[in-house]
Ligand binder design. Structure first.
Ligand code: HEM
Length: 463
């Protein structure tokens, strides 16, 4: 039979479907459209056509590096102004991507990450101490303190640089610059160019945010070159390693772009980590039974001692809770691929032209009832236990992306989140400040809970 037309909401002249975008909370708009149009829909943003994929079946079809490759367009393309051909925002054919990928892969393997455990624990203990000192009545904005953890950890582990965010009252200056910059990246990508041209003030602020962050990265690079520290962190790897294939090193410009990728374009690597920890905090408080079960596992494995590397593989329930949190609330909520050739999806049902932009709508498709059942919207870590996770249909769970452009920082993030969350639960009972709180979302390029406030009380039997 002839292919069906991909459903599209009604458009307006020139601007297409811009009216269907939710500027404050894009994923909310895209979720509503999925409820209305089903497994696939197309929207047109100022002449750029985006095809959204909302089911495991379709996502599985495009999870194929031979036929589909990462697309860097829209907001991500605006981020390039800062991070350029750094790992995250590189176009497919840029040589610096391949070089940095080969250089940095070994720096992110399990053994290398294991060596970062001490630095991670150092930062984590600053959070524990702060919550303990402030006491059980203190109102905590978990995103705020978890941002400090995530930022300080990546800075210490990647470039042995102490940001000391726990010693400042306000959001560190570049965390603020970064948030504003990325928010504007998204808005720019939805603004017609004639309007963009009129908004010189906004553009100037965006450019000065980018310059501020580039200056910080350049300073860190120069300082290190003048004062080598003899520690094999990511910066050291980028400065002194040679690509095994081409024998080339990375240029200073490429190193700065990657430093910005790791540290300061932190919305790409720091924010998903802090988002994950914040969502996990929310789900645990909302599901006290799960929190108690996890605390019991933590107590049994740790026996009152601080978390060690070898403990992490002995906590299957912790793994299940992290997986389930990343399923319901994937903090990198979508990714984009381009089709390399003309192709069909769903057994010939939909025709897709070469070069089309396809959005893997992770936020929506990881709740596909065909895969997860009628309670797909509910938080239930048990569905990730006892071999059930391994038995899922292919690509049902993809919070770290796919294939060659998948997340290089996954073992890093996993170890950090496991360490921090296990340590928090070992020490504290958590509760909402407002017991009736229900999840609300906040989004720039990544997503986190909005207006979530908690209290942390030392546990009676705490060590
Ligand atoms: C790529 C998610 C933490 C570094 C990605 C992608 C996803 C993702 C979905 C693919 C993006 C795309 O296809 O456009 C996450 C999540 C994290 C996390 C959910 C935390 C829970 C980290 C950390 C680092 C990191 C901690 C660095 C230390 C990167 C880099 C890429 C990437 C460099 C680009 C890889 C490439 O294109 O070659 N991440 N990430 N991520 N991630 Fe992560």
């Amino acid at each position: 039979s002839a292919p069906s037309k991909i459903p599209q909401p009604p458009t307006l002249p020139f601007i297409g479907n811009v009216a269907h975008l939710d500027r404050e909370l894009p994923i909310q708009g895209f979720t509503l459209l999925a409820q209305q149009y089903g497994e696939i829909y197309l929207i047109d943003i100022l002449g750029r056509k985006l095809i959204f994929l909302n089911t495991q079946k379709l996502v599985n079809e495009v999870s194929n590096d031979a036929a589909f490759r990462k697309g860097v367009v829209g907001s991500l393309n605006e981020v390039r102004y800062l991070s350029g051909d750094g790992l995250f925002t590189a176009y497919e054919d840029e040589p610096n991507w391949a070089i940095a990928h080969r250089l940095l892969m070994p720096a992110f393997n399990t053994m290398a990450i294991r060596d970062m455990m001490e630095d991670m624990r150092d930062i984590c203990s600053q959070l524990l101490l702060k919550w303990e000192r402030f006491g059980p009545d203190h109102v905590i904005d978990p995103s705020d303190d978890l941002t400090r953890v995530a930022l300080d950890t990546i800075a210490l582990c990647s470039m042995s640089h102490r940001l000391n965010s726990f010693y400042t009252e306000n959001q560190p200056a570049f965390a603020a610059a970064m948030t504003d910059f990325l928010k504007e990246c998204y808005i720019r990508s939805t603004r017609p160019s004639f309007m963009q041209a009129l908004m010189s003030g906004t553009t100037a602020k965006w450019e000065s945010d980018a310059k501020f962050m580039t200056d910080v990265a350049t300073r860190i690079l120069n300082e290190r070159r003048e004062n080598p520290i003899g520690k094999k962190d990511l910066l050291d790897t980028m400065l002194y390693s040679k690509d095994p294939k081409t024998g080339q090193g990375l240029s200073d410009d490429a190193i700065v772009k990657n430093l910005l990728t790791f540290l300061i374009a932190g919305n790409l690597v720091t924010f998903p980590v802090l988002g994950l920890m914040s969502f996990m905090t929310y789900y645990l408080i909302k599901n006290p039974e799960t929190m108690r079960k996890l605390q019991a596992e933590v107590d049994e494995v740790l026996g009152g001692q601080p978390v060690q590397y070898q403990d992490l593989s002995k906590m299957p329930y912790l793994t299940a809770v992290i997986r389930e949190t990343l399923r319901l609330a994937p903090t990198a909520p979508m990714r984009m691929v381009k089709s390399l050739e003309d192709t069909y999806l769903a057994n010939g049902k939909y025709f897709v032209k070469a070069g089309s932009s396809l959005i893997v709508n992770t936020w929506v498709y990881q709740k596909d009832p065909k895969v997860w059942g009628e309670d797909a919207q509910e938080f239930r870590p048990e569905r990730m236990l006892d071999g059930k996770f391994e038995a899922l249909p292919p690509q049902s769970w993809q919070p770290f992306g796919f294939g060659i452009r998948g997340c290089i920082g996954r073992p890093f993030a996993w170890q950090e989140v496991s360490l921090v969350m296990a340590s928090i639960l070992q020490k504290f009972d958590l509760s909402f400040v407002d017991p009736t709180y229900n999840l609300e979302l906040k989004q720039a390029l990544t997503v986190k809970p909005k207006d979530l406030f908690i209290r942390a009380k030392l546990r009676h039997q705490a060590p």
